[in-house]
Ligand binder design. Structure first.
Ligand SMILES: [Zn+2]
Length: 476
């Protein structure tokens, strides 16, 4: 039986929803014309012509149906309260076709046990999307508690900053990194050590030098505060320490050509690990007219780096694509404060899929590859495949219906997050969601929210090997 044909053993008398006549993009299968029958929040039947009765039908004629997008890299609660952003920012997500997220939990230095009940409650009561957590680890106590976070909250991924964000998050030194990697590895081969790879000392010096050399400047100068050498060197360090500890390294937000070259060399040497980039690097360069509204860490870089990142994504050297969403308002972004005074952090959940579709197709990257990197690939890394990341019988009925030809100019107010700007503001993007289905319910339709939030926090269990992935095995 083809993977796109099938049905659950016990089909109910009446389906909840049929998505009819769309072209499905199924990672690993390709594009197929099929109807999707949904019952009890799951995909119950896939068939070329469904005749079963259903409570509701969505006509997707002429549209493309994707697995709900899984953005493995977001931050919430950096500006407003966690509980508030759990609602507002996931509202922007669901309108943009994102149905699941991986959240890097706030950089608390106390025990996450004190905060996890409230974080989980917020995701269960207020979020429009499903979520997994990646706590950010800074202290010995937190490292000691890693097995407890796994046991009690089903957390199987953790984040380490080799270079922090001044005034917001601290850096960890190599000894803490190695200890942390060992604790992650002790959970089993599916556990993931996510690392912000930049060498702190190089960044600190570069920032100080830039302040002296360029007290004022443009977005293009910001790249000098985060030289690519710091990223490339840190990836080498992290790779070595992960090898010593036997941990699965996940490089977050790869931003540079030099970083990519280190990744390629390690893959050639037979190393298995995972690499992510983000749509802001792929879609915005350092000469962008929106200037400091696009300031982030690591920075958006010159077009030369973008060419490299797209090539890495296409060939599979870069495995996943997320956003690094950190929502802010203009009032705290403070673009008027210039090169050193304006802040990082971009609200980009609502533009993630349109940016990927628009810029990816401009670069000639096949749709199947773009979607695979944004769905199945991160779902496998984080152990939630095939519940998420595909369109298959038995998977969660999280789907996004897109009009690949629709063109819209990005305006912050249309995105419906809490922010009053977008770094993509004013750009005309081609390819937008027209409906997002979450757990079998049409939650967003034609740019409007049409149902209550139904997101859930996902407690992960140690995943069997076919449900997770360390990338690199198949690389030549
Ligand atoms: Zn981040």
């Amino acid at each position: 039986m083809a993977e796109h044909n099938g049905r659950m053993d016990k089909l109910p008398d009446k389906l909840d929803l049929i998505v009819r006549n769309g072209t499905l993009v199924i990672p690993g299968v390709g594009q197929v014309k099929a109807d999707v029958g949904i019952a009890g929040g799951k995909i119950a039947v896939l068939s070329e012509d469904l005749n079963e009765p259903a409570a509701e039908t969505y006509d997707a004629t002429g549209r493309t149906v994707l697995p709900g997008i899984f953005d493995p890299h977001i931050h919430i609660g950096n500006e407003h309260a966690y509980e508030s952003e759990a609602e507002t920012e996931t509202r922007a997500a669901i309108l943009g076709g994102v149905t699941s997220v991986g959240i890097f939990l706030r950089s608390l230095e106390d025990s996450y046990f004190d905060h996890l009940p409230a974080f989980c409650q917020a995701m269960n009561e207020r979020s429009y999307v499903d979520s997994v957590f990646h706590p950010q680890i800074f202290t010995e106590q937190q490292i000691e508690e890693i097995p407890g976070y796994a046991e009690q909250y089903g957390i199987r991924s953790f984040k380490f900053y080799m270079s922090g964000i001044p005034g917001i998050v601290k850096s960890v030194t190599d000894d803490v990194l190695l200890q942390g990697f060992r604790a992650v590895a002790s959970l089993g081969p599916d556990a993931v050590a996510c690392v912000h790879c930049e060498t702190g000392a190089l960044i600190d010096r570069a920032r100080e030098e830039l302040k002296v050399r360029k007290p004022e400047g443009t977005l293009a100068d910001w790249e000098d505060a985060h030289p690519a050498v710091a990223e490339a060197l840190a990836i080498q360090t992290a790779l070595y320490l992960a090898q010593v500890a036997g941990a699965h390294l996940y490089v977050v937000h790869l931003s540079s050509r030099q970083g990519l070259e280190v990744v390629r060399a390690a893959r050639r040497a037979g190393r298995h690990f995972t690499v992510e980039t983000v749509t802001s690097y792929l879609g915005i360069n350092s000469h962008d007219p929106n200037g400091f509204l696009a300031k982030m860490v690591p920075p958006v870089r010159t077009p030369e780096h973008q060419i490299a990142l797209w090539e890495g994504l296409r060939e599979g050297t870069i495995n996943t694509v997320g956003t690094d969403n950190t929502s802010r308002t203009r009032a705290t972004k403070r673009p008027e404060a210039g090169l050193h005074g304006s802040r990082g952090g971009l609200p980009v959940l609502g533009t993630h899929l349109p940016a990927l579709l628009h810029y990816g197709r401009l670069r000639g990257v096949p749709l199947e590859i773009l979607i695979e990197r944004a769905t199945r690939s991160p779902a496998r890394v984080y152990g939630i495949f095939p519940q998420k990341g595909t369109i298959a019988v038995g998977s969660d009925a999280d789907l996004v219906v897109v009009d690949l030809e629709a063109e819209r100019v990005v305006r912050a107010e249309d995105l419906q997050g809490m922010s009053d700007f977008s770094p993509f503001e004013g750009k005309r993007l081609r390819g937008w969601p027209v409906a997002t289905i979450k757990a079998g319910t049409i939650v967003a339709r034609d740019g409007k929210i049409v149902a209550k939030p139904n997101g859930r926090y996902i407690k992960r269990r140690a995943a069997p090997a076919r449900h997770f992935e360390w990338f690199g095995r198949a690389q030549a």
